[in-house]
Ligand binder design. Structure first.
Ligand code: FNR
Length: 372
């Protein structure tokens, strides 16, 4: 369909799923076990309702904000997701160019399907901010080399993923016919993969990617170690309970992402918006110590605004951007960002705010019933 027929995030997802090769669709769409967390990530937003304010001047409403000090046109970033080339030959470059055109920020996965240098070179200008998502290699030297490489290439932050270090059970992906050649097509030689024939068939696409991850990371050892290798800000991606949010803030991390990897890792991990609500209630001090982001299940401008009211600085989308670039390349990424911008602006004006910092906890209420 014409891009102009795509009017919301859901349309983008449905269209891309029809266009994608089955294997790519299965890798992108898959989630852990029974997909309870994946489904609830999105559904949980429907338990939060607004208290819009009226009679508040809203002309000139501004959707822009900052993330780690970098300006962004909307409070939405592209969350690092592996193997964009499974969906489109230009893969991650579509995301970089689309991000530039719309003024949003891209996080690049360790398991990107183009080299980190190729992606950095696709920036529209040298000061277009891009962030790096790190799966720390179990060998410290290899990991340090990678961190130094991306820092030298101009990446502006390290997002250390801590929630998906071991293979998980993604049955859609596992059942899809899978061969080593398909896997290699999407593979950038720099990441942690070292799949052997047979292994990837059993584990699905993801299994081949995580073989060399450091599964022995700790707060005491790993954060100081990364600090010692780079000057870049460190963000922990994959916080799933209040206690770890506190530990990350106390460890001095510049940011945390409340995330369960889009429901792809441990089924029954709490939906991030529910966790955000809990952190707000139990440990509001976390928000003054570190920037808090969430990802998972965000499909609407109202989802974004609920998260911001509860204290999130930014929200990330994973699958939606993969789908957009798969179906329409760079233009799809631009279109998706504009859809979100329009929904966010409309939502802000209707809530009675004209700037992001006017979104406050009093504007949302959690209900204990599930809307139909
Ligand atoms: C991911 N995600 C992810 N996260 C990460 O830190 N490193 C990675 O390489 C990947 N790879 C990846 C591949 C695919 C196909 C998906 C769908 C996701 C997780 C991603 O960054 C993000 O946390 C979730 O996708 C957010 O959920 P939604 O927006 O997809 O619902």
């Amino acid at each position: 369909p014409l891009l102009s027929r795509i009017i919301n995030v859901q349309d983008m997802e449905e269209t891309a799923k029809k266009l994608l090769p089955y294997k790519a669709m299965a890798y992108y769409a898959s989630a852990a076990d029974d997909s309870i967390t994946h489904i609830e990530n999105a559904r949980a937003f429907s338990r939060f309702f607004f208290h819009p304010r009226v009679m508040r001047a809203v002309s000139g409403c501004d959707t822009s904000t900052t993330m780690l000090g970098h300006k962004t046109s909307i409070p939405v970033y592209i969350s690092g997701s592996a193997l964009a080339r499974l969906g489109h030959p230009l893969g991650e470059i579509n995301l970089t160019r689309g991000a530039y055109k719309t003024g949003i920020i891209q996080m690049v996965s360790t398991n990107a399907s183009l080299s980190y240098g190729q992606i950095a070179s696709a920036r529209g200008s040298p000061d277009q901010p891009i962030f790096f998502q790190l799966y720390k290699h179990k060998n410290d030297e290899t990991a340090a080399k990678r961190i130094r490489e991306v820092e030298a290439l101009g990446y502006k932050a390290i997002f250390l993923t801590v929630d998906a270090l071991v293979p998980s059970n993604r049955e859609l992906d596992t059942r899809a016919p899978h061969y080593l050649e398909d896997f290699e097509k999407g593979v950038n030689p720099q990441h942690n993969s070292q799949a052997k024939e047979g292994e990837t068939e059993i584990l699905g696409t993801a299994g081949g990617l995580i073989i060399n991850n450091d599964v022995d990371m700790t707060w005491e050892r790993t954060i100081p170690w990364i600090r010692g290798t780079t000057k870049l800000p460190i963000v922990i991606k994959g916080i799933q309970c209040v206690a770890d949010a506190v530990l990350a803030a106390e460890a001095g991390c510049e940011g945390i992402v409340l995330s369960n990897h889009g429901g792809r890792q441990l089924d029954y991990s709490l939906p991030p918006v529910e966790l955000l609500y809990k952190v707000r209630k139990e440990r509001p001090d976390v928000f003054s110590k570190t920037e808090v982001y969430i990802d998972g299940g965000i499909r609407r401008g109202t989802d974004v605004l609920k998260a911001l009211c509860l204290g999130a600085k930014m929200v990330g989308l994973g699958r939606a951007f993969l789908y957009a670039q798969s179906a329409y390349g760079e233009a799809g990424v631009v279109h998706l960002a504009r859809i979100l911008q329009r929904e966010i602006k409309f939502g802000m004006e209707s809530l009675g705010v004209r700037s992001i910092d006017q979104l406050v906890p009093e504007m949302v209420e959690r209900v204990d019933w599930q809307p139909a």
